[in-house]
Design a protein around this ligand. Structure first.
Ligand code: GDP
Ligand code: MN
Length: 381
């Protein structure tokens, strides 16, 4: 789960990280009022779950409250990477002497939290990694002991030559590490971590992603979810208890089990297709899930064919068939449907589908090829 910059900054502030004072506004008038109250230059920042807001025109400095209002007016309602800005953060502007990067991710290779720091801040860390990888220092932390003071100091000196700022950076890293572990984050980053002309460090931007599996343990963090900032199909799927990830292709996939879903996507790609989504209806036999799955997939205008791939074990294929038939009665499909099912109660499933004029295959390879051919045929037509 992603949270907004202002929410991430609240977490960092509580952990002791120096952050500029700031407040959220939903209207230009409110932004102006906050700026007037601060009586300083402010920065107006679009609150959307996307990086690169600065480049997109979503981060603007304002010297006066009137300017703050004008910027907020322009930024509110603006669309950044397909996300509409509904709120802005109005923060006291920091004076910037230099920008660096500090972040922590869960690293799958070392199976540890990895601290990453770079004096090349303010730009995407992916870009630094691609062009000047020697400007990134990585420290894999042993989670039994946490980020050690000497490790934090090594990072501090990688960023700054003077003891004062190296120490300040080390302190911030240890606070960031605490916040990261405490909130069950998969990523926590400050980009840029700014050094001011007075040699003080300030977190000017913050991003935290919380591992979805941690949310049950952290109701306070779960409450930070902003559904208006997420893809509607993903919100919808979460409410229906489906594991769903929207992808860029046009072959809609409904599968039971994450492993089968991966295998299905691999096969779709193998035959030259592109999956439109990852959707796992899980191991249950609930026709309601199938109905929800079809509703969510068909609401994506990019989907040109729907592929069901069901391996009946605990999942009863007749339940899935009933779900398909009910769903289609409620909302007739505007795209072709390819069904593969095999396993528990498959004869019953085939009978149910046949009575609704549908057919099913038992071979996965054949079904995937048929689905991809539908898209190919449409594209050619
Ligand atoms: P992002 O583009 O989404 O990563 O948004 P950031 O919060 O990182 O802002 C982008 C850039 O705007 C930063 O790298 C800074 O150069 C600049 N910026 C952001 N906040 C301030 C501020 O308080 N003062 C100054 N002078 N520049 C800022
Ligand atoms: Mn940034």
């Amino acid at each position: 789960m992603n949270i907004h910059e202002y929410q991430a900054k609240d977490i960092l502030r509580r952990a002791g990280v120096p952050v500029q004072p700031g407040e959220v506004a939903e209207t230009a008038a409110a932004a102006e009022a906050i700026a007037a109250r601060y009586g300083t230059a402010v920065v107006i920042k679009a609150q959307v779950h996307a990086g690169g807001r600065g480049k997109a025109g979503g981060v603007k400095l304002a010297k006066t409250p009137a300017e703050a209002r004008a910027h907020a007016e322009r930024i509110l309602g603006m669309s950044i990477k397909g996300l509409v800005v509904q709120r802005v953060l109005v923060a006291q502007a920091a004076e910037i002497a230099s920008e660096s990067y500090v972040g922590i991710i869960v690293d799958r290779v070392s199976k540890r939290p990895v601290v990453m720091v770079s004096p090349a801040g303010g730009i995407d860390i992916e870009e630094v990694a691609a062009t000047t990888p020697e400007r990134i220092k990585r420290v894999a932390v042993d989670p039994r002991y946490g980020l050690q003071p000497f490790e934090a100091m090594q990072c501090g000196f990688f960023l700054y030559r003077d003891l004062h700022r190296a120490r300040a950076a080390a302190r911030i890293l240890r606070q960031l590490y605490e916040a990261f572990m405490e909130s069950g984050a998969s990523l926590a980053e400050i980009n840029p971590l700014v050094s001011t002309p007075a040699n003080e460090l300030v977190a000017v931007d913050a991003k935290i992603s919380i591992d979805d599996n941690e949310l049950d343990r952290h109701p306070d963090l779960a409450a930070l979810r902003d559904e208006t900032a997420e893809a509607p199909s993903e919100t919808d799927a979460r409410k229906a208890n489906l594991t769903f990830i929207k992808l860029e292709g046009n072959v809609g996939c409904v599968v039971n089990g994450a492993g089968l879903a991966m295998a299905t996507m691999d096969l779709v790609k193998y035959y030259g297709g592109e999956p439109a989504n990852f959707l796992d209806i899980g191991g249950s036999s609930n026709p309601e899930k199938v109905i929800n799955a079809l509703r969510i997939i068909t609401s994506d205008p990019q989907v040109r064919v729907i592929l069901f791939n069901i391996f009946g074990g605990i999942t009863r294929t007749d339940d899935v068939a009933n779900g398909i038939v009910t769903a289609i009665r409620q909302h007739p499909l505007r795209v072709p449907l390819v069904i593969r099912l095999t396993g528990t109660n498959e004869h019953e499933a085939v009978r149910i589908l046949a009575s609704a004029g549908l057919s099913a295959m038992t071979d996965m390879d054949e079904a995937v090829r048929a689905a991809v051919a539908q898209v190919g045929a449409e594209t050619a037509a």
